[in-house]
Design a protein around this ligand. Structure first.
Ligand SMILES: NC(=O)c1ccc[n+]([C@@H]2O[C@H](COP(=O)([O-])OP(=O)(O)OC[C@H]3O[C@@H](n4cnc5c(N)ncnc54)[C@H](OP(=O)(O)O)[C@@H]3O)[C@@H](O)[C@H]2O)c1
Length: 277
């Protein structure tokens, strides 16, 4: 283990959405680097399986892995779960909000309920978690909050009106929170993952509009482990924006400048598809 990775030894990392995909992959890497971990999600069977997988990777017998059930969109339930995690493993030094949902579809066909639910999980689920752990971080004068946004949090994507809005909201939160927490020695990072091979993406692919599929099919597909490695590297380097791969790196730096060009390109794809129909 390198000196920089040793920084996670003995730390308590809370990971919402830690039972699957990117969240679980981060939990596994942190377990291999000596952290205590609390994972939070809804499905207790999935949580238990993930807990076993993560526990098998610990590097010392003192490490503790905890799985707590909660729906992050329900403030009281999430606070209750976080109280349990804090009572068992102490105040977390790290919070990673990876719990998220994505419901693609044509805007007229998406219900208002889908918009409410997507904001409730992706945005408010992250906000409630930050609010709950922040007093402990402020008192300890240390902490790292890592929000998982998306490439769709940098540019609005066809078919992703509900999802993109929620991921943009996270970007606004992270950008304004960063400066406020800096005097408290608490770091904020926001992650813009590209398409990653997880159950969420598999579910999205079944219902994505064909135009959205055409726009995204040429992008490189990442593994959850590769994204988790980029996130850990970004955390060690104390990066604010963690944008894995060259496509996300360019999008992160230049999204306002190249937005018009991307829209032109995407509109061409939509025109071509519709003219063929
Ligand atoms: N995969 C991609 O291509 C991609 C790209 C960019 C960004 N992201 C973002 O990365 C994050 C992780 O996604 P993933 O692809 O790893 O998805 P995933 O494998 O489906 O994992 C999602 C996790 O969130 C949990 N979750 C969902 N709704 C929840 C709720 N209401 N309360 C508590 N936990 C909840 C799930 O567990 P339960 O269902 O049991 O609750 C699961 O543990 C998400 O924020 C996603 O938007 C993913």
């Amino acid at each position: 283990m390198s000196k920089s990775q040793a920084k996670f030894v003995g730390q308590h990392a809370v990971i919402t959405g830690g039972s699957s995909g990117i969240g679980k992959a981060i939990a596994k890497l942190l377990a291999q680097q000596g952290a205590n971990i609390s994972i939070i999600a809804r499905d207790s069977a999935k949580l238990e399986t993930a807990k076993q997988e993560i526990s098998s990777l610990v590097i010392n017998p003192q490490q503790r892995i905890l799985a707590v059930t909660a729906d992050v969109s329900k403030q009281e339930a999430l606070e209750f779960a976080l109280k349990k995690a804090i009572a068992d493993l102490g105040h977390p030094q790290i919070l990673i909000t990876s719990a998220g949902i994505a419901v693609p579809g044509y805007f007229p066909e998406l219900s208002i309920e889908t918009f409410h639910q997507t904001m409730a999980v992706n945005y408010f689920g992250s906000l409630y978690a930050i609010k709950a752990v922040l007093p402990g971080m402020i008192a300890a004068k240390q902490g790292h909050v890592v929000l998982i946004s998306s490439g769709a949090g940098l540019i609005g994507l066809y078919g992703y009106t509900a999802y993109s809005s929620s991921k943009f909201a996270l970007r606004g939160l992270a950008e304004s929170l960063r400066g406020e927490l800096k005097p408290h020695h608490i770091k904020v990072s926001i992650v813009y993952p590209p398409d990653t091979d997880t159950p969420q993406l598999a579910a999205e692919n079944k219902i994505k509009p064909p135009e959205t599929k055409l726009m995204t099919e040429t992008a490189q597909l990442w593994s959850a482990n590769a994204i988790a490695q980029e996130i850990i590297r970004g955390m060690i380097q104390e990066k604010f924006a963690i944008a894995p791969g060259w496509e996300m790196a360019i999008l992160n730096k230049l999204h306002s400048i190249i937005g018009g060009l991307l829209n032109w390109y995407f509109d061409k794809i939509v025109d071509k598809y519709r003219n063929k129909k």
